[in-house]
Design a protein around this ligand. Structure first.
Ligand SMILES: *[C@@H]1O[C@H](CO)[C@@H](O)[C@H](O)[C@H]1NC(C)=O
Ligand SMILES: *[C@@H]1O[C@H](CO)[C@@H](O)[C@H](O)[C@H]1NC(C)=O
Ligand SMILES: *[C@@H]1O[C@H](CO)[C@@H](O)[C@H](O)[C@H]1NC(C)=O
Ligand SMILES: *[C@@H]1O[C@H](CO)[C@@H](O)[C@H](O)[C@H]1NC(C)=O
Length: 256
């Protein structure tokens, strides 16, 4: 019997994100790229390297939390496909290694307000408390405990169509549509506590997971892409787009 395809539900809860109402500016120590610079894209690509130490520690001026470790209080996932269906919740999630990003492309097309980025990631580790109930292939899977997942050398791409909006007489960029695509690298995953410690069932489930890990990853990928989209939208773009366009991407000889 085939599972009916259900939509994916992903709900993320972020820590320490309060609504910033006021207008912001790029911190003075940040690199600045001019939108009429013929080398704008190279400048932006350079900037991704220059801001790494700040992102590692977090940028309080922009309400950006530290990215490594990056803490997510809660993620709720629900998925139903032919081979996998589950409802799961992750809490107390710590992600380390997001600062291993290396952008190979970070382009902003000023005319089209189209942003495209490509990134490769080093080693990312995800630890947290999970609870899950569902089915993987034909094997039921249920339990709660600790999850420890490591993913090595993933690649990602990001395309964002932005638009300009005016608020209180100032022009800002706003995300219209963001698409993130991820090619997941090699995955190692461990879940403690399946089936309340019933070792026979847990071992069977563990084996199914191990043997089908890449396939499972492919099935879970849309949910992971959605999680990353929400992280980028909810943390990075939301903060950066509080900076008026004229300050974020100024013109060279602009009066301020
Ligand atoms: C980017 O960084 C390189 C190496 O540090 C430098 O030579 C180049 O001028 C920078 N380019 C821009 C547009 O900032
Ligand atoms: C959250 O995770 C950290 C480290 O992984 C652990 O020390 C702490 O006890 C956890 N907190 C809860 C409420 O589970
Ligand atoms: C959550 O996981 C951490 C380790 O990552 C563990 O120390 C803690 O006891 C767990 N908390 C719960 C409520 O299971
Ligand atoms: C990511 O890109 C690198 C370099 O192009 C490549 O060697 C690697 O196989 C890619 N990884 C995935 C998971 O696609």
């Amino acid at each position: 019997m085939l599972f009916k395809k259900l939509p994916i539900f992903v709900i993320l809860l972020f820590a320490n994100i309060c609504v910033i109402l006021g207008e912001r500016d790029l911190p003075a120590y940040y690199p600045r790229c001019y939108r009429d610079d013929p080398d704008l894209n190279q400048c932006l690509l350079n900037a991704t390297e220059q801001v790494r130490p700040f992102l590692q520690k977090g940028v309080p001026e922009l309400n950006v939390p530290p990215i490594s470790p990056f803490y997510v209080p809660e993620v709720n996932l629900q998925l139903g496909t032919d081979s996998i269906s589950y409802k799961s919740s992750l809490t107390n999630v710590t992600v380390t290694g997001l600062d291993t990003y290396k952008f190979t492309k970070f382009d902003f097309d000023v005319k089209k307000l189209l942003f495209t980025g490509a990134v490769t990631m080093g080693k990312i580790n995800i630890k947290g408390n999970y609870s899950i109930k569902g089915k993987i292939l034909t094997v039921p899977i249920e339990g709660k405990g600790q999850l420890d997942t490591t993913v090595v050398s993933s690649n990602g791409s990001l395309v964002q169509q932005a638009k300009l909006v005016t608020r209180r007489g100032k022009t800002y960029l706003e995300s219209e549509k963001t698409k993130i695509h991820i090619d997941v690298g090699e995955v190692q995953s461990k879940m403690d506590g399946l089936f309340d410690g019933n070792e026979v069932l847990a071992k069977a489930a563990d084996n199914v997971i191990k043997e089908n890990l890449q396939e499972i990853v492919e099935e879970v990928k849309p949910a992971v892409e959605e999680v990353f989209t929400q992280i980028m939208e909810g943390i990075l773009f939301k903060s950066v787009y509080r900076i008026p366009y004229e300050k974020l991407y100024p013109l060279h000889n602009q009066k301020s």
